[in-house]
Design a protein around this ligand. Sequence first.
Ligand SMILES: [Zn+2]
Length: 221
Amino acid sequence: MQAEKHVLVVFPHPDDEAFSSSGTIKQFTQSGVPVTYLCGTLGQMGRNLGNPLFANRETLPEVRKKELVDACKVMGIQDLRMLGLHDKTLEFEDENYLADIIGKVLEEVKPSLLLTFYPKHGVHPDHDAMSNAAALAVSRMPKEERPVIYGKAILKNSVDLIGPPDITIDIRDVAEDKLKAIKAHKSQTSGWVELMEKQLKENAPEIEDWLYRETFWTYEA
Ligand SMILES: [Zn+2]
């Protein structure tokens, strides 16, 4: 893994980072690279209110905020910034407005690497809104100051459209931490966690892509 000065992580929902890149993030923080995480919303529209119910629409943001803080502790992220934007409405925000917010942080922390979804390959409209805005913010910077962008593409046919990922990070040494980060978002991930633990025990092939490696596509802003 290349030495980075500062890594900026940009995702709309608490738990996006856990599934997509918490192993990579953990490796960075472990090796002393500062990581700033801009989380767009508190996922207040999350479908999952728990079974048995542990939250309602009013309390869900508080629950998810706490889960996000816990996940950041696991990943070693010391600079978490919650933007407090409204879940499921990011696609209706002005892209320039979102890009302005991200741009201010780019100016401040001067990251050498930015982790986000791959623009237009995020499946969920919030994912695309956030990653498009991040790419726009980077494209406004002078070329020599731009961070490299690692985009996570998750369309079923992403590989057909943009080819295989060019970045593969072996996260086997932090697999347990990744599972813990996913677990921290328990209001949303309990079913997943049980499945992963079972697969881990059985050494199922799926676990490779969940807990042993993370892949990204370099994006040219
Ligand atoms: Zn999401």
